[in-house]
Every structure is written in C-alpha cells, then in structure tokens.
Design a protein around this ligand. Structure first.
Ligand code: CMP
Length: 146
C-alpha cells in the first residue's frame, strides 16, 4: 500500500471544547503520523480560499464565518492510505451519521462545527497541504508507535 499524506484541520469547536489532545490521540492510535502542525487564526480570505470549491454551496458563508470564529490547528498526517484512513477515523461529515468511536461522533457539535476536516482525495491533499505548508516544513523522523 502507498504511503500518503493528507491535510487535517482541528476546527474551532475542537479547540473550544478542549479535546485537542483526545483528537490527536485518535490519529496517533490509528497509525497516522503527524509530520507538520501549526495553530493559527484563519482570516476570511484564507478560509474562503481554502473552501473555494464550496463557494456556490448554500452553507459557504456560514462555513467561512465559522472557520474564522476561533483558532484552528492545521496538520499533515502521513501513513499507509492516509487519505482514506483519516476519513475513516473522522467519521461522516454530519455527526448524526458518524459511526461509533469516530472523532465526529464523539466530539462534533453539528454538521458545520464538526471538529475536523480531512482531504477527500490524494490530489486534493496535495493542494490543501501546499495551501498551508511549504515542503521544508514537512519533517522526517522515526515513528515507532506500539
Ligand atoms: P469539511 O469536511 O471541512 O468540508 C466542508 C465543510 O462544510 C464541512 O466539513 C462542514 O463543516 C461544512 N458544512 C456545513 N454544512 C454542510 C452541509 N450541508 N454539507 C456538507 N458540509 C457542510
């Protein structure tokens, strides 16, 4: 299986609920290795640019307002099938439909305040990683999780 990278965002509700550590543990326990991580407050243009693909959707304006309402953590996760694995660990977009034990089932407040974002394809992952990180910010280290 291929080693992939994917972009992950811990959204404002995750930080406000104080569940950052629990969410990062979920990723670690699923074999997703963090290779870049940063906390930031998104500006409106940054959030609009990141979610540009959703520009025509009815929830776009509200989504941008939400994503700029507090700090977020952006990170790059690496591992076998990282894109699909991350989506599995996150659970369905709407927490009401998310499987037991997933991050969104455990922590999300609503379809909008759904705790985490993850790239939906390897191609989008490359674009989304480049949106927040330069190549030199992606670190290399041995990771021997048990
Ligand atoms: P995310 O995976 O970050 O991708 C787009 C985001 O839009 C989504 O998570 C939700 O936070 C938000 N959103 C709000 N309403 C909807 C909706 N009806 N369908 C999909 N995404 C929505």
């Amino acid at each position: 299986m291929a080693i992939e990278r994917t972009l992950s965002i811990l959204k404002p509700d995750a930080l406000q609920s104080g569940v950052v550590g629990k969410i990062l543990t979920k990723f670690e326990e699923s074999g997703l290795k963090p290779v870049a991580m940063r906390m930031l407050q998104l500006t409106q243009p940054e959030a609009e640019g990141f979610y540009a693909v959703h520009r025509e959707r009815p929830f776009f304006k509200s989504l941008v307002a939400y994503m700029t309402s507090g700090p977020v953590i952006v990170q790059v996760l690496e591992g076998e099938n990282a894109v699909a694995k991350n989506r599995e660990v996150m659970g369905a977009t709407n927490p009401a439909n998310a499987a037991d034990g997933t991050i969104r089932k455990l922590f999300a407040k609503s379809i909008e305040a759904n705790s985490v974002h993850g790239s939906d394809s390897a191609e989008n992952a490359r674009t989304e990683i480049a949106y927040f990180f330069s190549q030199t910010e992606l670190v290399k280290y041995d990771w021997a999780r048990k």
